[in-house]
Design a protein around this ligand. Sequence first.
Ligand SMILES: CCCCCCCC/C=C\C/C=C/C(=O)SCCNC(=O)CCNC(=O)[C@H](O)C(C)(C)COP(=O)(O)OP(=O)(O)OC[C@H]1O[C@@H](n2cnc3c(N)ncnc32)[C@H](O)[C@@H]1OP(=O)(O)O
Length: 308
Amino acid sequence: MSIIKSAFRVLRFGSAKNQLFSLESKTCRAFSVCNKLRQDASDANASKINFYVDENKEKGYAILKLNKGPVNSLNLEFLTELNIQLEKFEESKEIKGVILTSSIPNIFSAGLDIMEMYQIKQDRGSQFWTALQETWIKLYGSNKIYIAAINGHSPAGGCLLSISCDYRIMSKGPYKIGLNETLLGIKAPFWFRDTMINTIGYRETEKALQLGKLYSSEEALAVNLVDELADSKDLITKAEEQMSKWCAIPTVARELTKSSMRRDTLSKLIAQREADTQSFIEFTQRDSIQKSLRMYLESLKKPKKSSA
Ligand SMILES: CCCCCCCC/C=C\C/C=C/C(=O)SCCNC(=O)CCNC(=O)[C@H](O)C(C)(C)COP(=O)(O)OP(=O)(O)OC[C@H]1O[C@@H](n2cnc3c(N)ncnc32)[C@H](O)[C@@H]1OP(=O)(O)O
């Protein structure tokens, strides 16, 4: 049962009963919108492998490797597939935790697919944003243990995936992680910001978000954006060692503790998912935002200087 469901179960008997029932039904409505998408995604992507799952039921954890080349950018179909997988993990009795990593060398995830924000129809934009909210709610609100093994760059939405986990190990190397949205001319959504605050604190987040700061792995360690660094070749071994440690903690006590730390942050988005989606649509349809996104896309497509 997810943290959200347990929170509802506990609070259903308290004075906040009516408010929470309304919250819960809003969430259920939003989830049901995604049901058709899920079917479409599983049909359309039957032949593509956008991630690998390696389950070790004996040890009680799985490794989920993102595999959507070239840069694991998060589009509607990918998020929908991920949501189905996260749900499977949540329901599994054998799996206590998941190591989230990528099979693409030097890239954890390039964040949201910018093409989902650029010249996009309202319907698609709304489905995309709802799927992203769902991914975050499932990941940040999971009862399971999530360890991010960050094997490369992890900007913006990639950073959000990482900070939604319980523990982060990052490869040493010339990699960057952070919420760089202001550099694209956009504002990080409040739930990205709040997850960052919960990870590195208010003042550091305030600076990082305004500057769109992308931290090197050493800088990320210094501000607790990641918990540990590892040589690339040792990354998964270190993540497995850490997973064994977390798996050894009494489950219910750990789950309740996690839930109590994250409930308020989660409830804030759950209470206003539809309004948040509308803000996203309204914001991304502004001419000034489209102009910024176009310039950013062009800068990404520019031929790279040869390192030779
Ligand atoms: C009023 C309230 C309003 C509230 C609403 C606010 C709305 C805010 C909305 C959202 C928040 C946004 C979150 C995000 O995640 S935005 C995405 C941010 N991501 C980035 O900035 C990363 C961009 N990419 C890179 O920096 C690099 O690609 C790299 C470091 C990840 C990898 O570098 P390298 O290996 O050199 O690869 P290339 O740069 O050559 O890229 C390969 C290929 O992939 C394309 N690409 C890269 N990133 C993305 C992306 N995020 N989306 C789509 N496509 C991407 C790149 O263009 C190349 O394409 P090609 O030239 O055609 O091969």
